[in-house]
Design a protein around this ligand. Structure first.
Ligand code: BEZ
Length: 212
């Protein structure tokens, strides 16, 4: 049975470039990004891990811990990290799982046999502090992911978690958000003191609420 949004993210123990990790202990109360790539020493993957390392502060600001996975062994990961640091001008210091027996890949459905029998595709899961899966995206091996988009979705997810708001198409941090349908306009007026713009009874905008 494949994982779906809202499911509990399966826990696992794994060997990583930062030692043995238990997913739940690693995450603690943080948000998490668990993402797979097909193989070490490949060009698109090199840029993806480099970009993730360069966005370290952005993930930290959002209380997100990052964990990469591929089916290559630890010694290969370690050598490759040197190349990533050199070519992408970064310091990869998030753990990379060596999933040689494919425990993590199978738990999270990261192997799509019609794409590759052996390698993980580019799967990415955002896991909330409640350990539930909040986002799943799957890209083919040939397309590098947009990590600014990952951060944008995390911003949206965190707003929804903290306030009764959703985010419209192409929303960017700083722009108005949408009042969720479950909140009446009367309640919205009280809940969002910065104001509620009613375009239609079901389409209501408000500026981003202040954090409590
Ligand atoms: C890459 O990371 O560059 C890559 C990996 C597998 C297939 C195609 C590209």
């Amino acid at each position: 049975m494949s994982l779906r949004l809202g499911d509990i993210a399966p826990n696992f123990k794994a060997s990583t470039t930062a030692g043995e990790i238990d997913l739940y202990e690693f995450l603690g109360n943080s948000w998490g990004v668990l993402f797979s790539h097909p193989a070490d020493y490949t060009p698109v993957c090199t840029t993806e891990l480099g970009r993730t390392a360069l966005l370290k502060e952005e993930f930290a600001k959002r209380n997100v811990k990052v964990l990469a996975v591929s089916v290559d062994p630890l010694d290969k990961h370690r050598g490759w990290v040197n190349d990533i640091n050199e070519t992408q001008h970064c310091q990869v210091d998030f753990p990379i799982i060596a999933d040689e027996d494919r425990t993590v890949a199978n738990l999270y459905g990261m192997i799509h046999p019609n794409a590759s029998e052996t390698f993980t595709v580019r799967s990415l899961f955002v896991i909330g502090p409640d350990k539930k899966i909040k986002l799943m995206i799957t890209y083919p091996a040939s397309t590098g992911r947009n990590f600014h988009e990952v951060l944008r979705v995390i911003d949206s997810l965190q707003l929804t978690a903290n306030h009764s708001v959703a985010t419209p198409a192409d929303w960017k941090k700083g722009e108005d958000v949408i009042v969720v349908p479950a909140v009446s306009t009367e309640d919205a007026m009280k809940k969002f003191p910065k104001g509620v713009k009613v375009v239609k009874p079901y389409l209501r905008y408000t500026p981003i609420p202040d954090e409590a």
